[in-house]
Write a protein that binds this ligand. Structure first.
Ligand code: HEM
Ligand code: HEM
Length: 168
């Protein structure tokens, strides 16, 4: 269940980052932007719920110890990145939801029209956007580092990659 959720969330996050950067390129208030934003909001909230489920599972289940192939320092880096994934994937949907709730062009989330508190001031909107965009860029960097690390583990054949596969 934890492995299945890892791969579902991984695919969703990669697609979500693509949709997010796509949003930046589309003209404000355009129908196309609202269409992309609708999907971005719905997938983002789904990621939020799945991360809460993952967090609950992770905190109540033991996982295999980190491999010893990469040494204690890299093991600490890996652990920090894994914890940071939980943090950023909770901050992103919350800041995204605030952006939508405080906007004049609101979109439904999971088909539900959420109550808004906007339009908010340009300064607040700018701050929320900065948080969302900066954390999204940090997440992109983490994904690249994480995938490089996964490929390295696969090359070392230390069992770390295969333990994330079914039956591993
Ligand atoms: C793109 C979004 C991704 C996110 C947010 C993500 C997140 C995580 C997290 C948080 C863990 C730690 C286990 C846990 O506590 O749940 C983990 C483990 C792992 N991930 Fe990812 N991951 C992503 C994509 C990928 C991809 C594309 C690959 C493979 C190419 C991959 C391979 C692995 C492997 C091999 C582990 C096991 C590490 C271990 O057992 O210590 N991940 N991932
Ligand atoms: C894991 C979840 C999420 C990820 C990875 C993500 C990622 C991104 C990225 C990469 C951007 C582009 C930033 C830029 O232009 O530099 C973006 C923009 C945006 N996101 Fe998200 N997002 C997530 C969740 C959400 C949610 C749940 C919502 C709304 C309910 C949302 C609303 C927005 C809005 C409104 C923008 C456009 C800001 C603007 O250009 O005016 N995001 N997101």
């Amino acid at each position: 269940m934890h492995k299945l959720l890892h791969w579902v969330v991984a695919a969703a996050v990669i697609f979500q980052l693509y949709l997010g950067f796509e949003l930046g390129d589309l003209p404000q208030e355009s129908a196309e932007r609202l269409g992309v934003l609708r999907w971005h909001a719905t997938i983002g909230v789904t990621i939020f719920v799945l991360m809460l489920v993952r967090l609950a599972w992770r905190l109540t289940h033991a996982v295999p110890p980190a491999p010893t192939t990469l040494g204690p320092r890299l093991a600490r880096v890996a652990r920090a990145v894994h914890i940071a994934f939980y943090v950023v994937l909770l901050i992103l949907p919350l800041s995204g939801l605030s952006l939508v709730a405080g906007a004049s062009d609101r979109v439904p989330v999971l088909g539900i029209e959420l109550p808004g508190f906007g339009p908010v001031s340009e300064a607040l909107r700018g701050t929320l956007w900065l948080i969302h965009a900066t954390v999204a860029i940090a997440t992109s960097v983490m994904v690249v580092g994480h995938v490089c690390a996964a490929v390295r583990h696969a090359m070392l054949r230390d069992g770390t990659f295969s333990r994330m596969l079914p039956g591993g």
